[in-house]
Ligand binder design. Structure first.
Ligand code: SAM
Length: 265
């Protein structure tokens, strides 16, 4: 999978290169480009925002900068995609250097091969595990990180000519910018790509995979600060353990997220 993120704060995306995602880059499962939106700004101040039409507080991100950025990242014509790291690693080679792999650029997509453009916004569709599952099969996802009052709506409307566009919210609250939302969406999505998690089956029992929350987990020691691990987990009876886990899962879901139970058999 190829991920491209356009942002005015490239350093915010540096976590994309660490831990399991860093390993996925080394294995060639993932390739990440982080692009500074200001590279597409043409004025001397490299400005990316302007006052809103109709008045009101705050600033709106300019279509004249976002448009060319999305054009270039879509087809890879710009040198922008070579910004493969948000910030140079000071004391170690980048994942791209380690593997010697270079990104080859894009071919102009046919209609059915349009990349997916995800635009985080509090006004978007709520992000779910089901979306993460679907998007984990994508070849190329581009993220557009808004700041200030957001991006001029025409950018999103125009992008639909060359992208499949999804406006997505990660929750009913307002962040300062889209970067953290991108980290959330990327983590949830890429961990479902085969080969990214060490144990392929470890996400199969996770919360939401069967519509329920996962129940409690325990590890050694058997007793800690007067709190004991439930006896059933030492029974050696797999069927009993499975039944207990299922009960705990339903119980927790009923207590914490009864809305999830609606519509489930
Ligand atoms: N004026 C916008 C509104 O009320 O819908 C809020 C803009 S917010 C301050 C700036 C940027 O943060 C947004 O363009 C978006 O990229 C990101 N953002 C904020 N909250 C978000 C959320 N819940 N989900 C996804 N992105 C969010």
């Amino acid at each position: 999978m190829r991920l491209d993120v356009i942002t005015i704060f490239p350093e915010y995306l540096e976590p994309l290169r660490h831990a399991l995602l860093g390993k996925a880059i080394e294995k060639g499962i993932l390739s990440v480009g982080v692009h500074n939106l200001r590279d597409w700004a043409t004025d001397v101040h490299k400005s990316v925002d302007d006052t809103p039409y109709g008045g009101g507080p705050g600033m709106v991100m300019k279509p004249t900068v976002w448009g060319p950025a999305l054009d270039d990242v879509c087809v890879g014509k710009s040198a922008g995609w070579q910004l493969d790291s948000a910030a140079p690693h000071v004391d170690k080679p980048r994942h791209d250097d380690l593997t010697g792999r270079e990104f080859e650029g894009y071919v102009e997509p046919a209609e059915e091969d349009k990349p997916l453009l995800i635009v985080p916004t509090p006004a978007g569709k709520p992000f779910t595990q089901e979306m993460a599952r679907r998007w984990s099969g994508e070849q190329h996802i581009v993220f557009a990180c808004g700041r200030y009052e957001g991006i001029d709506q025409r950018v999103v409307d125009d992008a639909a000519h060359r992208y499949r566009v999804e406006e997505v919210s990660i929750g009913d609250y307002v962040l300062i910018g889209g970067e953290v939302a991108v980290l959330v969406i990327v983590e949830a999505t890429t961990r479902l790509i085969p080969g990214v998690l060490g144990n392929a089956s470890s996400h199969e029992d996770d919360s939401f995979s069967d519509g329920l929350l996962e129940g409690p987990s325990y590890t050694k020691p058997r007793e800690w600060r007067g709190l004991a691990v439930p006896d059933v987990l030492f029974s050696g009876n797999h069927k009993l353990v499975e039944e207990w886990r299922r009960e705990q899962s339903v119980k927790r879901t009923r207590e914490r997220r009864p809305d999830l139970l609606e519509g489930l058999e």
